[in-house]
Design a protein around this ligand. Structure first.
Ligand SMILES: Nc1ncnc2c1ncn2[C@@H]1O[C@H](COP(=O)(O)OP(=O)(O)O)[C@@H](O)[C@H]1O
Ligand SMILES: O=C(O)C1=C[C@@H](OP(=O)(O)O)[C@@H](O)[C@H](O)C1
Ligand SMILES: [Mg+2]
Length: 173
């Protein structure tokens, strides 16, 4: 099985769905944020505050470059597809599954969240502005796009697995 990269905006469910999907498929789960936080010995908030976003983005690229090409599910951070080198690496190593959710659903999931350094002000505005910039990039590299609103993580995984079975891995659903 080629590596599955879950991409999408903050709050789209990449970490939650990714962990369950990996369990279901019996493969390793790697969450880029978790790996980075563990290696640095601090939270994503602390890395942004103490070392800056540019440093965090370098760590993301370094991590992606070292990932396996098979038998893994990767929960990426929402900013990973913004860099061309990251898009190239993901395309080389596996397939990209875009977990889609509209801004109001994302806001409802992250309204009380304090762990995302890019959502520290007017969350509604920050989500809408960033989502509109990123949406075309997510769409461009998605092999598969799944709408997540109104669905449980289990339902999303069921749809994804059905899609893989129907079309074969690496094809667009
Ligand atoms: N399909 C879903 N329906 C409802 N809540 C969800 C769903 N997927 C994730 N969540 C919740 O949304 C929040 C963000 O999920 P997370 O997996 O961290 O997203 P991401 O990694 O894409 O930022 C968490 O509180 C999680 O429990
Ligand atoms: O969208 C982004 O730029 C970010 C998303 C976060 O991950 P999630 O998408 O898992 O929230 C995390 O990598 C960091 O806070 C930056
Ligand atoms: Mg995540």
């Amino acid at each position: 099985m080629r590596t599955i990269f879950l991409i999408g905006f903050m709050g789209s469910g990449k970490s939650t769905v990714g962990r369950l999907l990996a369990e279901r498929l019996g493969v390793r789960f790697i969450d880029t944020d978790e790996e980075i936080a563990e290696k640095e010995g601090k939270s994503i908030n602390e890395i942004f505050a103490e070392d800056g976003e540019a440093y965090f983005r370098e760590l993301e690229t370094a991590l992606l470059t070292g990932l396996p090409e098979s038998n893994a599910v990767v929960g990426t951070g929402g900013g990973v597809p913004l860099k061309e080198i990251n898009r190239v690496v993901m395309k080389e190593k596996g397939i990209a599954v875009f977990l889609d959710a509209p801004a109001d659903v994302i806001l409802s999931r992250l309204i009380y969240d304090q762990s995302r350094p890019l959502l520290k002000g007017d969350k509604d505005k920050e989500i809408r502005e960033r989502l509109s910039i990123r949406m075309p990039i997510y769409l461009e590299i998605a092999d598969i796009r799944i709408s997540t609103s109104g669905k449980t993580p289990e339902e999303i995984i069921g749809e994804l697995i059905a899609c893989f079975k129907e079309r074969g891995m690496g094809h667009t659903c």
